[in-house]
Design a protein around this ligand. Structure first.
Ligand SMILES: [Zn+2]
Length: 622
């Protein structure tokens, strides 16, 4: 009951109209006195507050991420002062874990706090002696009612850091000095990551568009120029899919790369930039890094501007759930390898393998029996957060919307080409989505005025295919439903074969095993559509014998299985988690995992019709 009373109070505060107008603004100042200890001092002055309480917030979520992160956890030493009243310290109330409310003030408040950050990826904050890597929601307090207030941001060179001065790379608008920037409103500000460090900058233009690649890395700069040339090839190839580039708000698009041994692997899209982090270097994982480039850059259309309605505008106070991630992330996942191939940066074998991964997971993962692609998208607030403390059964109930959506994109592209003899393609579909939902833009910078729903996405397919019944059927079966398209036939038209990776090999399931002296310990949930599951064993059981042979490791289990054939029955002896010894029998199956291989690499030959189909699909579209 108290909770509801409290909620009503907060709602009343929110509902108070504020006389902000043009007078409200925010000025942020960031200093790093002790970079070696991974914290930053933030000072933010809110002007034009009016008479109502100032409700300051740390975000609970971050655009492009779908789980709750509760960034307030790293904020401490919070003080508020009133600059108009001789710096008098103001009383701060805590309405909830992410809020700091200042009831009495003189209309201008400066909030001062420290924020800790030591995780380099697309979501969090990282401060060390080599750089400040900043995802805004992880670092800055914002205020309710200041959605349209412009902000200025000023960075100070860090203390005690040797070497050349740090520079800022960001999609924020440039300000009065090279360390000052502006944002027109909250949505744009929060979408604008900052890399402040000894970055190396390269630039190129395509038509009237300018692109910047800002890299903070420990590799040699000699590797950089060829890498940036490849980035440009990807940018050109993806531009050809849509026929044009978006109007980048600050006039440029910026790739922000942290390739550092102490970085976590990630890619995070923004309107006019992307953050790409990896512990690898250009030398050690060039193909992997380019894969992230191809994925993230595709997002400057798909998700940043062709945007699901549920994400627009983004709500920093909660997990943002949408049923459209199969399109926003999945179609992007599909186009990454397609663009790499068209740009000449991936071989036929590599591309076939990437497509094979998509086909394999929707064919073999048990989750498809339970949830559609829309339903899987709605799991993002849980699965996008990574590990949980309690155990989950996601192995059996969830397929990531990345490969699930990627498999739908593959199905739709090939189906459109198949039924139109190559005249209509998924590229046409993406262009239609762009024309209707992305290109019209937003009345305010950082906003999208015509976001889409699944029904809109279906309507665009009806237009592009000229067949509303086909569009409805496709969405009902493969997006809202849980059916599987005939990949063997469709890929066959392009001269690809879907074949078993380990044909004829005995298999009892992809059972995760840890080696132990007393046996082979089952370290995770056993997939439900496997012989091992049918035999009754599961997580925390310890396999002791299989087919009469003692086993203590995954290798030992595989060695024993390799001496048997699919269809054979073998006896297993195991100890369950309570210590009881048990015996069961397993009927071995054939390993069901599939790969996609060019027909000519599988011992066949490519027909002229297949070659034409494949070339139209995978050759450069420029
Ligand atoms: Zn993505």
């Amino acid at each position: 009951m108290r909770k509801y009373l409290w909620l009503a109070t907060v709602m009343a505060l929110v509902a108070v109209p504020r006389p902000y107008g043009a007078a409200s603004s925010i000025a942020y100042r960031f200093t790093i006195p002790e970079p070696q200890h991974h914290w930053m001092q933030v000072e933010a002055t809110f002007t034009g507050i009016g008479a109502a309480p100032l409700e300051l917030r740390m975000s609970r979520s971050s655009p492009g991420r779908y789980a709750i992160h509760d960034f307030a956890k790293n904020v401490y030493d919070v003080h508020a002062v009133d600059k108009d009243q001789d710096g008098r310290e103001l009383i701060i109330a805590r309405p909830d874990p992410s809020g700091w409310t200042i009831g009495r003030h003189g209309g201008t408040v400066t909030i001062k706090y420290k924020v800790y950050g030591d995780h380099i990826d697309g979501t969090y904050l990282a401060i060390d002696t080599t750089h400040l890597h900043m995802n805004m929601p992880a670092a800055i307090m914002w205020a309710r009612g200041f959605d349209d207030a412009p902000a200025t941001l000023a960075f100070a060179q860090p203390s005690g850091v040797a070497g050349r001065a740090w520079t800022v790379a960001t999609q924020l608008h440039p300000g009065a000095t090279s360390l000052e920037f502006t944002a027109p409103n909250l949505q744009y500000l929060m979408d604008s990551p900052v890399e402040f460090g000894p970055t190396v900058l390269r630039q190129f233009t395509v038509g009237s568009r300018a692109f910047r690649v800002a890299i903070h890395h420990t590799g040699a700069n000699a590797e950089l120029d060829r890498f940036v040339q490849d980035v440009e090839r990807v940018v050109r190839e993806e531009g050809a899919i849509y026929g044009e580039y978006p109007e980048y708000d600050p006039g440029t698009y910026t790739f922000l790369a942290d390739y550092l041994p102490y970085a976590d692997g990630d890619g995070m899209e923004h309107r006019n930039s992307t953050v790409m982090t990896s512990s690898a270097s250009i030398l050690s994982d060039r193909a992997g890094l380019l894969g992230t480039v191809a994925h993230e850059f595709f997002h400057c259309w798909n998700v940043e501007r062709i945007r699901p309605r549920d994400l627009e505008p983004f709500d920093f106070d909660r997990a943002n759930m949408t049923g459209e991630l199969w399109l926003a992330e999945g179609f992007t996942q599909y186009y990454g390898p397609i663009a790499l191939h068209r740009a000449g940066l991936a071989s036929l074998a590599e591309t076939g393998h990437a497509l094979g991964d998509l086909v394999d997971i929707v064919t073999n993962a048990p989750g498809r029996a339970l949830r559609s692609a829309e339903d899987m998208s709605r799991m993002a607030p849980f699965v996008d957060g990574g590990r949980t403390i309690d155990r989950t059964n996601w192995t059996n109930t969830v397929i990531s919307y990345y490969p699930f959506g990627g498999a739908i994109a593959l199905a739709l592209d090939l189906t459109l080409r198949d039924r139109s003899d190559g005249r209509t393609t998924l590229d046409d579909y993406m262009r239609a989505m762009w024309r209707v939902h992305g290109k019209p833009g937003g009345s305010r910078e950082g906003y999208v005025d015509r976001p889409y729903t699944t029904d809109d996405a279906q309507a665009r397919l009806a237009e592009v295919s000229g067949d509303a019944a086909f569009a409805r059927d496709f969405f009902d079966r493969y997006v809202r439903g849980r059916e599987l398209v005939d990949y063997v036939r469709l890929l066959g038209r392009a001269g690809f074969v879907v074949r078993k990776r380990q044909a004829g090999r005995a298999w009892w399931g992809d059972v995760p095993i840890d080696s132990r002296s007393d046996g082979a310990h089952l370290a995770a949930v056993v997939p439900s559509n496997t012989p091992a599951y049918a035999a009754g064993i599961d997580q925390d059981d310890t396999l002791v014998q299989i087919a009469g042979e003692r086993v203590t490791s995954l290798e030992a289990v595989n060695t024993v299985l390799s001496r048997h054939r699919p269809g054979e029955r073998v006896t297993i002896v195991y100890i369950d988690r309570a210590g009881a010894s048990k015996t069961a029998s397993v009927v071995l199956a054939e390993n069901p995992h599939v790969d996609v291989v060019a027909v000519e690499a599988a011992g066949g030959s490519l027909t002229p019709a297949q070659r034409t189909f494949r070339d139209r699909w995978l050759k450069s579209q420029q």
